[in-house]
Each structure stands twice: as structure tokens, then as C-alpha cells.
Design a protein around this ligand. Structure first.
Ligand SMILES: C[S@@+](CC[C@H](N)C(=O)[O-])C[C@H]1O[C@@H](n2cnc3c(N)ncnc32)[C@H](O)[C@@H]1O
Length: 511
């Protein structure tokens, strides 16, 4: 039964209201004072630590210069350069608490993950003042509360809590109301409510520093355990070298695992993910889009989550519009090629064995983090969907969503999906239509999608003729297509015609 995408107007209004608040924050300091830290804590959490620090420095510097250029002393080059030097230092000191939060918070359990930002927010300026760095000023109670509020909102958002919007809206209402009251009617605020008291420096600074250090040390020793590949015999049994087709085995040296073949190939396992790539896999369009996904990997989930309510449709309906096409039974082994951040896995029934592969290490790192958060498990591989590292007929269900339009060799990727699927299984390929690429991607990510060799089209002509039940259907306001087909079941000799052979094997792939 087809899933119709429901319009959700109330959610759409809320989404636009939240977006507008963040937008206003760039122009109204009264709002920017708390939308800024939320954006900062969110943004840095989507990035690798070093890249996040550098990007945040750059963004903060540019906004300071844009909105505060009048303050640059123009009396001569020396004062101007000196001013810019201090600005750089102040920006670095302002960015450091966010970077420390980025390093410590992901390793903290539950609500404790919200503490590193406010603690570092008090500790860093205190330390700077002890070192006579005058670009710093001591944190006020209000600053700490705002930093904590930012960390809480981002934590709720990352945990996909429905309370995110309520907490955000309540915080915005309280702080804006209080600030407005203070601005327009200072006498109405009772004298005994301190508006923004400085923390008692000699006490709060060292206490926050000590607490932050305790959390940091704890985080350091709370290593995130990756399941060893030696503990996954079923997955290893179906692994093959994507280049020679040889079976692979797990070896371990100095605690570092690798997959090796009898012919001497060696594939490292990095952060629990086997890397089964050759340099050629990253050439042409594959290389171009790999660059894109490594750049946006950290934002990918959030863009999906924010885009749907802004557009006014239910994200769950969208996922189900193609996931409902799969034929999945309890206990099945399921493979998604180009798994990205693993979003589709949540729409599969529990009790199935999940495998996913992708060309982008960043997307896979996000996938690992998502799976941990969702308490799910999957075998993940860094490899090219055009050369799958699995034995023939390994999986009960094989599907692909969202990447194939821009693969170097779509036909090869489809033949590979067929090769690793068990006979009789239904395969599904879904991706954007030309309409979507033109209306959304060309506008948003122009450089990557303009000047294409050809318009995108569902690869129905690339499905081998021996496949059965070939069906193509439009999804999501004609923005997506879904193509399904069945790999023929193996029939007994008497059922088969004399010259008929339906098996799809590796020779087809290299053809
Ligand atoms: C739009 S994302 C889709 C991710 C996921 N399937 C989803 O529906 O959310 C496309 C993914 O295809 C991956 N990709 C692109 N070319 C690939 C290739 N040749 N082999 C494997 N993955 C590839 C990208 O790295 C990216 O993660």
C-alpha cells in the first residue's frame, strides 16, 4: 500500500519560527546572546575537533569584524594590527570552551554530557586571567547559565527529544522577557535580583576548572568499545577481497586488526571499520561526491531532520515511502549499499542482521555514532558500491538509497547488488529525480551539481533483462523514484530450459 506524505502545518510553523529566531540572533544581540552559543555548540559537535575549532574561529572572527568594524582603531597601522591581534586572542579564548566541550561531551553518559561547556566556559577565562591575558573577562552567572542552556538544547536535539522545541522556546521567552523588562522598566526588577553578577572569581574559576578536569580525565578513560571483527565470524565468512574475490580473514597485531587474503592483500580496520578501497575508487564523480560527503557528513542527519518540517511533511512518511517496499523477515541479513549515516536502518524491523557500506569515512563515522545512540548494531565497511567485498548470494535483502545517480559506473553497482543478493530476493534502488536535483541540489550545492554530463534518470534500462517483477514508482512529490526488481530464484534443472542460466556471477561484473 502506497504511503501518502501528510502535510504537517503546525510542525511547519514551529520549524519556521525556530529558524527565524536563529536568523534574528545575528542582528539582535538580545537574542544572539543565546542563539549564538546554541549554534556554536551544535556546529562544533558536527565537526572533527580540529576542523571545528578552525571553522568556529573563522566564523566568529568574520562576524566580529562585520558587526564591530567601527571599533577598529584607524589611527594608524600599529593600533589596528594590535586590535586585530587582541580580537584573534579573544576569539580563540571564546572558542576554546566549545572545543573542550566537543572533546569531552560525546564520551559522557546521559545528562552529564551537558556539563563540559559551562564548566569550560568558566574555567578558560579564569585561567586566562591568571596568566594575565587581558583579552579574557571573567564569566558571569548569566554567561554560565546561557552556556548550559545551549548545551542542554543541543543535547536534547541530538537525542531526538520532543522536548527540544519546548525547552528552546521556554528559554527564549524567559531570557528575552527578562532582558526586555530590564531594558524598558529597570525599576520593575526587584533590587535583590542580581542581573548578571560576576562569579566570585577565586572560588568559581578553580572549582569549574577542577570539575572540568575530572570530567575530561573520566572521558579519556571511558573508551568507546568497538566490537572486534574476530567476534563477528558470520560477517567475516562472507567477506571477499573486492579486487581478487579471495576470502578474507581477521588478523590482529599489537591490538590493531586487519583483514588479509591468501594472496597477500591486507586491508586495515580503522575505528572498527574495514577499509577496502583502492585509490582508483576515488576518481571521477566518485571522488567529487566523496569530497562533498566528507564535508557535509556532520550536518547530514540534521539537514534531513530540519528540511522536512520546514517543507511541511513528515520525515517518517518519507522514509517509509521506500522502506515499505522491502521484503524483510526476522533473522534476515540486510545490506544497504551507500548507507550514509544509517538513517534508513531505523525503519527496518528489529531482529535482522544489518550491514552497510559507504565510500565516505565521515558518513560512516556519523553512522557509527547514530547506531550507538539508537542502541543498534551493524557491520560497516568503507568501500565502493561498484566492487562489493562479499561472496555471491550473501544477503536476504539488498537495497540502495540516494547515491547511485552520481556513481562512476551505475551498471556495475547494480550488477554487484544482484550478485550479492540471494536468489529469489527483492532488490530496491531509490534516488532523487532530475526535478529534485535541479530544484534543490543545484541551488543549494551548485558547484557539485551544475554542468552535469546528463540529466539523472532512474536506471531502469540498466537492470538485466533476466530480473523479474521490475517496477518503477515515483515517490515524495515526484522528487524521488523507487525501482524494485527480483533476482530469479534458482530453479531445478527440470524447471529450467536447456540453455537458460539465471545465476548472476562475478564474470558479469567484470564484463
Ligand atoms: C545522499 S547519501 C544517502 C545516504 C543514505 N543511503 C540515506 O538514505 O540517508 C549518498 C551516500 O552515497 C555515498 N556514495 C557515493 N558514491 C558512492 C560509491 N561509489 N560507493 C559507495 N557509496 C557511495 C556517499 O558517501 C553518501 O553517503
Amino acid at each position: 500500500m502506497a504511503v501518502t506524505l501528510r502535510r504537517d502545518r503546525p510542525a511547519q510553523i514551529v520549524a519556521w519560527a525556530v529558524l527565524s529566531t536563529f536568523f534574528l540572533g545575528f542582528f539582535l544581540p538580545i537574542i544572539g546572546a543565546f542563539t549564538g552559543p546554541i549554534l556554536g555548540a551544535w556546529f562544533i559537535g558536527t565537526q572533527r575537533p580540529r576542523r571545528g575549532f578552525l571553522w568556529m574561529m573563522a566564523i566568529n572572527l568574520v562576524t566580529s569584524l562585520l558587526f564591530g568594524w567601527r571599533r577598529i582603531p584607524l589611527a594608524g597601522p600599529v593600533p589596528a594590527i594590535e586590535y586585530l591581534g587582541w580580537l584573534l586572542l579573544a576569539t580563540a579564548l571564546g572558542t576554546l570552551p566549545f572545543s573542550f566541550h566537543r572533546l569531552v561531551s560525546p564520551r559522557m553518559p546521559g545528562f552529564l554530557a551537558t556539563l563540559p561547556l559551562p564548566l569550560a566556559g568558566a574555567a578558560v577565562p579564569w585561567l586566562a586571567l591568571q596568566l594575565h591575558i587581558h583579552a579574557a573577562s571573567a564569566a558571569s552567572v548569566q554567561t554560565l547559565l546561557i552556556l548550559w542552556f545551549a548545551a542542554v538544547v543541543v543535547w536534547l536535539w541530538n537525542n531526538e527529544s520532543r522536548a527540544t522545541v519546548h525547552v528552546f522556546a521556554s528559554g527564549v521567552a524567559v531570557v528575552t522577557g527578562f532582558n526586555l523588562l530590564r531594558h524598558f522598566n529597570a525599576a520593575a526588577i526587584p533590587q535583590n535580583i542580581p542581573v548578571s553578577p560576576q562569579l566570585p572569581l577565586n572560588l568559581a574559576g578553580p572549582t569549574c576548572l577542577a570539575l572540568f578536569l575530572v570530567l575530561a580525565v573520566w572521558a579519556l578513560f571511558r573508551s568507546i568499545r568497538q566490537a572486534s571483527w574476530a567476534e563477528r565470524p558470520e560477517a567475516v565468512a562472507r567477506l571477499r577481497s573486492p579486487f581478487t574475490g579471495d576470502p578474507l580473514q581477521v588478523v590482529s597485531q599489537n591490538g590493531q586488526e586487519a583483514l588479509v587474503s591468501a594472496s597477500g592483500e591486507r586491508f586495515p580496520v580503522r575505528n572498527g571499520i574495514p577499509a577496502l578501497l583502492k585509490a582508483e575508487d576515488l576518481t571521477g564523480d566518485n571522488g567529487k561526491y566523496n569530497h562533498l560527503y566528507d564535508l557535509i557528513g556532520g550536518f547530514y542527519n540534521d539537514t534531513q531532520r530540519a528540511y522536512s518540517p520546514l517543507k511541511g511533511f513528515d520525515l517518517r512518511d518519507y522514509f517509509l515511502s521506500y522502506m515499505r517496499l522491502l521484503e524483510v523477515k526476522p533473522g534476515d541479513s540486510v545490506l544497504e549499499t551507500s548507507v550514509g549515516t544509517g538513517l534508513n536502518f531505523r525503519y527496518l524491523p528489529s531482529g535482522v542482521h544489518l550491514s552497510g557500506l559507504d565510500l565516505s569515512p565521515e558518513m560512516l563515522a556519523q553512522c557509527q555514532a547514530n547506531l550507538r545512540r539508537w542502541k543498534m548494531d551493524a557491520d560497516l565497511y568503507l568501500c565502493n558500491a561498484e566492487s562489493l567485498p562479499f561472496a555471491d548470494s550473501s544477503f536476504d535483502v539488498v537495497f540502495h538509497v540516494g547515491g547511485i545517480n552520481f556513481f562512476n559506473d551505475r551498471a556495475k553497482a547494480i550488477r554487484e547488488m544482484i550478485r550479492v543478493a540471494k536468489p529469489g530476493s527483492l532488490l530496491c534502488i531509490a534516488d532523487e529525480t532530475e526535478k529534485h536535483v535541479k530544484e534543490v541540489y543545484e541551488k543549494g550545492l551548485g558547484g557539485y551539481y551544475k554542468n552535469r554530463k546528463e540529466a539523472v534518470a532512474a536506471p531502469i534500462d540498466l537492470i538485466p533483462p533476466e530480473m523479474e517483477d521490475i517496477r518503477l514508482e515515483p515517490l515524495k512529490f515526484d522528487m524521488f523514484y523507487a525501482l524494485t526488481f527480483r533476482k530469479p530464484a534458482i530453479r531445478s534443472a527440470s524447471e529450467r530450459g536447456a540453455n537458460e542460466d539465471v545465476a548472476v556471477d562475478r564474470s558479469l561484473v567484470s564484463a
